[in-house]
Design a protein around this ligand. Sequence first.
Ligand SMILES: N=c1c2ncn([C@@H]3O[C@H](COP(=O)(O)OP(=O)(O)OP(=O)(O)O)[C@@H](O)[C@H]3O)c2ncn1[C@@H]1O[C@H](COP(=O)(O)O)[C@@H](O)[C@H]1O
Length: 102
Amino acid sequence: MSDESASNPDEVLDELFSTIESRKRELPEGSYTTTLFTHEKGENYVLEKLGEETTEAILAAKDDDREELLAESADLVYHLLVLLSMKDASLDDLRAELRERF
Ligand SMILES: N=c1c2ncn([C@@H]3O[C@H](COP(=O)(O)OP(=O)(O)OP(=O)(O)O)[C@@H](O)[C@H]3O)c2ncn1[C@@H]1O[C@H](COP(=O)(O)O)[C@@H](O)[C@H]1O
């Protein structure tokens, strides 16, 4: 679970992103997010994971496997948020980009 308790579903993305930012600052041992920020392949490792999760989401959709699609989509969003954090972009930056198109 995240550092804060995710009681409100509307806030889960903010809480997840804030947890990712905290992992980036503190690099605690035993954290999967820490392994992404410290991987020997650098950001390429996260890019590879994004590719894998995207493919898995596509395959789940083609198989009409709704449960798997949701699970793979969650993996994809998590890895995308880690990439944004690595590149010093924020969830608010992403919101602003989406808002501009709306
Ligand atoms: N949302 C996620 C999340 N989604 C996916 N994953 C991890 O992403 C990986 C997905 O990769 P794969 O499907 O390829 O599975 P894998 O074979 O185990 O992965 P690899 O060994 O190949 O990297 C799994 O290890 C998942 O645990 C996540 N890990 C963490 N979070 C969130 O991040 C928070 C902080 O986590 P820690 O950094 O681990 O404390 C957690 O509370 C969660 O809320």
